[in-house]
Write a protein that binds this ligand. Structure first.
Ligand SMILES: *Cc1c(COP(=O)(O)O)cnc(C)c1O
Length: 359
């Protein structure tokens, strides 16, 4: 028996999710956000699947992610680097820096002028995140002097929503209004605004280029309503051992679980080093056929333990489901862990066997 857990990633479901978002955003275009290794699922496999579905714009966070993505995708698609990079640092990879400050604008514009060739880039305006992007003062300076942009070939002006997953939050409309006002004071450019949840706020938010990430990977972009996206991820693992313990015996580190009855305990080779968060201790569950099996004891680095007392037929070597199918979705698991589905996905470790199902 191979005790290694199996992570199944459905590239067909990712492509279908992208197509559904593309239909929703039309006539605007829809990018694929594949930062952090496509939210942990493997950018080298996910991005070509998105490209085959029709996606021609990609966003990563880091320069190194962009370089690797260019190697995976070849020439052609736009690859924008959200955290930016110094002029020329992309070498031959033809990546698009996101310009996040007036300093970024001035540096890339100067490089473009001195090369005699305008530098393609995206301009990021902060409208309420206070994280990256030109702040209100920098936006005003640019509005007062468009010549600061000479030497740049701006493909899009973008902004990012802080509360798109809360449709009633007043900051959504406020950010849309600030973005519209700021764009009106700049040369006319295509706009990029909505993330996944933003695409569900109404047509004002989609813009010329939406930037969904999480929804592509099956995370619910409309928390509080049914998930409109297809599930993408399944994690299953075989049982390494099953042992009988008497009432009163404890399980795992800290003896945090004490059996109230004679129990059967199954051990699985998944732990917090695999992204099965330690705070799921006492909170996690697994699925076996149609049964839900409670996790007992602490999550350790490489192992977790399940109470299988009520699944009498279960034997070592049989697989249980940890994520997806009858087991919790990434969003459900996140709720149990006090976090968000994004963190569950991006934490998935690299020790799993990975099985990519094509579309
Ligand atoms: C991560 C990110 C996105 C994608 O957000 P989701 O909520 O995953 O759809 C879009 N734009 C920016 C600037 C981001 O950092």
């Amino acid at each position: 028996m191979d005790p290694t857990a199996l992570l199944r990633i459905d590239l067909g479901a990712i492509a279908e999710n992208w197509r559904a978002l593309a239909a929703r955003a039309a006539p605007g275009a829809v990018a694929g956000v594949v930062k952090a290794n496509a939210y942990g699922l493997g950018a080298a496999r996910v991005a070509p699947a998105l490209h085959a579905a029709g996606c021609r714009h990609f966003f990563v966070a880091h320069l190194a992610e962009g370089m690797a993505l260019r190697a995976a995708l070849g020439a052609g698609p736009m690859i924008a680097v959200l955290n930016g990079f110094a002029p020329g640092a992309d070498e031959e990879a033809a990546l698009m820096p996101v310009l996040n400050s007036l300093g970024d604008v001035l540096a890339h514009a100067a490089a473009g002028r001195s090369a005699g060739r305008a530098r393609p880039a995206l301009l990021h305006l902060d409208t309420g995140m206070a994280r990256l992007g030109l702040d209100a003062g920098e936006q005003a300076r640019l509005a007062a002097d468009h010549s600061l942009l000479a030497g740049l070939d701006l493909l899009y002006v973008m902004s990012h929503l802080a509360c798109a997953d809360e449709p009633d939050h007043p900051l959504n409309a406020e950010q849309a209004a600030r973005f519209a006002r700021a764009c009106a004071r700049l040369p006319k450019l295509p706009r990029s605004f909505a993330n996944s949840s933003g695409l569900f706020l109404g047509s004002d938010y989609a813009s010329d280029l939406a930037r969904p990430g999480c929804a592509l990977y099956g995370i619910n972009p409309t928390p509080g309503a049914a998930n409109p996206m297809r599930q993408v991820v399944r994690l299953e693992a075989p049982i390494l051992q099953i042992r009988d313990i008497p009432a009163g015996a404890s399980v795992g580190y800290g003896a945090s679980f004490v059996a109230a009855r004679p129990s059967r305990i199954a051990t699985i080779a998944v732990g917090y080093a695999d992204g099965y968060l330690r705070c799921l201790s006492g909170q996690g569950v697994a699925a076996y056929r149609d049964m839900i099996l409670p996790m007992v004891g602490r999550v350790s680095m490489d192992l977790i333990t399940l109470d299988v007392t009520d699944a009498p037929g279960i034997t070592p070597g049989e697989a249980v489901q940890l994520i997806g199918g009858a087991a919790p979705s990434p969003d459900d698991l996140a709720a149990r862990a006090g976090t968000i589905g994004y963190e569950i996905l991006t934490s998935l470790g690299d020790r799993y066997r990975r099985d990519y199902r094509a579309g």
